[in-house]
Design a protein around this ligand. Sequence first.
Ligand SMILES: *Cc1c(COP(=O)(O)O)cnc(C)c1O
Length: 359
Amino acid sequence: MSTQKHYTGLIERYRDRLPVSASTRIISLNEGNTPLIQLQNIPRLIGKSVDIYVKFEGLNPTGSFKDRGMTMAVTKAVEEGSQAIICASTGNTSAAAAAYAARAGIKAFVLIPDGKIAQGKLAQTLMYGAEIIQINGNFDKGMALVKEVAEHAPVTIVNSINPFRIDGQKTAAFEIVDDLGFAPDYHCLPVGNAGNITAYWKGYTEYATDRVCSTRPVMCGYQAAGAAPFVAGHMIDEPETIATAIRIGHPQSWDFAWAAQKESGGWFDKFTDEQILAAQKMLSQYEGIFCEPASATSLAGALHDIGSGKIPEGSKIVCTLTGNGLKDPDTAISQCAAEHPVTIEASLDAVKRAILDCL
Ligand SMILES: *Cc1c(COP(=O)(O)O)cnc(C)c1O
């Protein structure tokens, strides 16, 4: 029998930087270790000399970075004897919570906004067998309810207000530095609840403090124009955007995200749904990388700030692609309405003509 130690996920990999002990039962689906892909065509297309890398978090087990936080949060919930977890979600947190609860053999309750969740995320959550509570209200309303109900019921909250979520997610920054051999100059992220920007900053800071890297990146947090409380400078009540994963008006990690922005010398900005979808399409068409709409906000922001010179030429930039494009097939298909395939006659002539017309 082989005694070789196999890679089992991010808790094993970064065990000495995470709050687990030798006896902790690790709840893992081999998450993390996602590819850092250098863009080849887009920098040439925009005529700028920059190195842009995308951290493709859509390749985690449930298709988003939420798995990084969830392996930690569910591991700790189980260690503390919890029999059930609960979260409010725009979709990806519920998919991750449901999967890791299934793996652990405990119950998951998820509150989702009625009708505003992408199809892929709903399909996953149903299949993993979570108890879905659909509410007549948005994410922010669901989050408020979850906080209240957790005071009255024996359930562990696994939203990013759970500090173990942040600990799990900080490992993405470790992986980037381990891959590159240094920290990037700029790190661009979509921002919703702002747990992820908080987690990356924590990870980079830990590595810099321990001199694994000598610098930390400037943190650039990008929001959807209709859901941009960090740009407004205050919470907003009716967030709206096609990028449902960041359709959030009352971010839970408000103070931490401002600290990351200030300490790193970074900034927040906002982009329209059209700009976000254009970046999503560009990444698919020119690089072969399909992320969900919210994820493309990081690239939309990076391209805008490279174009304006705010991010200078010669920079090394990492954009996190938070979720997989397959999560939201409806938005992708409707975006490509003009390119919908036309049906032709099933003959050699007709197919030949169709090909020659395109060349
Ligand atoms: C959760 C999520 C975000 C936002 O992350 P926050 O930590 O809430 O800022 C962005 N994109 C996708 C795909 C997500 O699932």
